[in-house]
Design a protein around this ligand. Structure first.
Ligand code: UDP
Ligand code: MG
Length: 309
């Protein structure tokens, strides 16, 4: 029998852990040749999530858990599950049932057809705010245009199956700010995708507010592209050329009219404009420098407080 690890990061999901276990169990009761385990990764929950998971793990032997020492974020949680798995394949999914467990047989079918990574393409139902849908699709377009990572619209879903050979590769990566959505696309292998409609959260609330989403977006861009760094070079080049022309115009103007161009306002505007531009560029360089700083410290992506396997 082939073994499948279902990796479920959980951050304040006390109501959902038992629910999702139940649903997954039902799905696997229809699949004959596979056995499954669920690896819950408790990512620093502040509610009863850990107690609920431990209670479950005493009743069912297929329940494994990893408890983080604090909140490290969703992507490190998935990585932790992958590091710990010894199955033939892993499936990562959210705890809130927005990723329907009923799709698992289809993921497995594609895997059996020979695909190493089976990702899912999320189509949003009408209930999800237009703002979230639009920003998400714009973001992935932008990311595709400036990097080698091409996540199709809604392709940034963390519901995916990976063969153990792929998991081995990920396990050996020690990137400081791991961005699995991009990595799994970047790695290659044989990939295919299936669509699903994201449902509503079963209970509790989303841990992603605008600020977290922004941080996530920046992590993605700076993890896969150095193009923002070229911005300084391009802009420098453009403004140098412009200034040569501008200089020519001023010289000719003073000779022809025999007056100097006055202008305190234009001078100040120029100073402020270039001051701002320089700070932006400096900030961008700073972000990359920060990444190098994080990387050279070689701190782990996560710290485990307890686990039951
Ligand atoms: N999650 C996590 N750590 C975090 C935030 C979220 O492990 O810091 C988990 C969360 O429990 C859920 C999944 O990641 O299983 C997706 O989070 P959420 O549903 O809050 O995000 P959304 O679906 O709104 O994008
Ligand atoms: Mg969710």
């Amino acid at each position: 029998m082939k073994k499948i690890s279902i990796i479920i990061p959980a951050h304040n999901e006390e109501q959902n852990v038992a629910l999702i276990h139940q649903r997954i169990k039902e799905v696997f009761s229809t699949l004959e040749n596979y056995r499954f385990e669920i690896i819950f990764v408790n990512d620093g929950s502040r509610d009863q999530t850990q107690a609920k998971i431990e209670e479950l793990s005493q009743q069912f032997e297929e329940i494994k858990y990893i408890e983080f020492s604090r909140n490290f974020g969703h992507q490190p949680a998935v990585k932790a599950g992958m590091d710990a798995s010894n199955a033939n394949a892993i499936i990562s999914m959210d705890a809130d049932l927005q990723h329907p467990p009923e799709l698992i047989p289809e993921l497995i079918k594609k895997w059996e057809e020979g695909f190493d990574i089976v990702y899912t393409i999320r189509t949003y139902p009408k209930q999800i705010s237009k703002f979230k849908r639009k920003t998400s699709s714009l973001y992935y377009k932008f990311l595709a245009s400036i990097s080698d990572v091409n996540l199709r619209e809604g392709g940034g879903s963390d519901f995916r199956l990976m063969d153990s050979s792929v998991v081995d590769v990920v396990r050996n990566m020690n990137e400081a700010d791991i961005f699995l959505r991009g990595l799994s696309n970047w790695m290659g292998f044989k990939q295919t995708g299936i669509s699903f409609t994201a449902g509503e959260r079963a209970s509790g609330e989303s841990s992603y507010d605008l600020q977290k989403m922004m941080k996530f977006a920046f992590t993605g861009i700076t993890a896969f592209s150095v193009k923002p760094l070229y911005l300084a070079a391009y802009l420098g080049f453009i403004f140098s050329i412009l200034s040569v022309f501008g200089y020519g115009i001023y010289v000719v103007h003073s000779f022809v009219t025999k007056t100097e161009i006055s202008g305190w306002a234009s001078l100040i505007m120029t100073v402020v404009f270039f001051g701002g531009l320089q700070l932006i560029i400096l900030g961008i360089i700073g972000i990359y420098l920060g990444k190098i700083f994080k990387q050279v410290k070689e701190r782990p992506n996560y710290i485990i407080r307890s686990k039951n396997f």
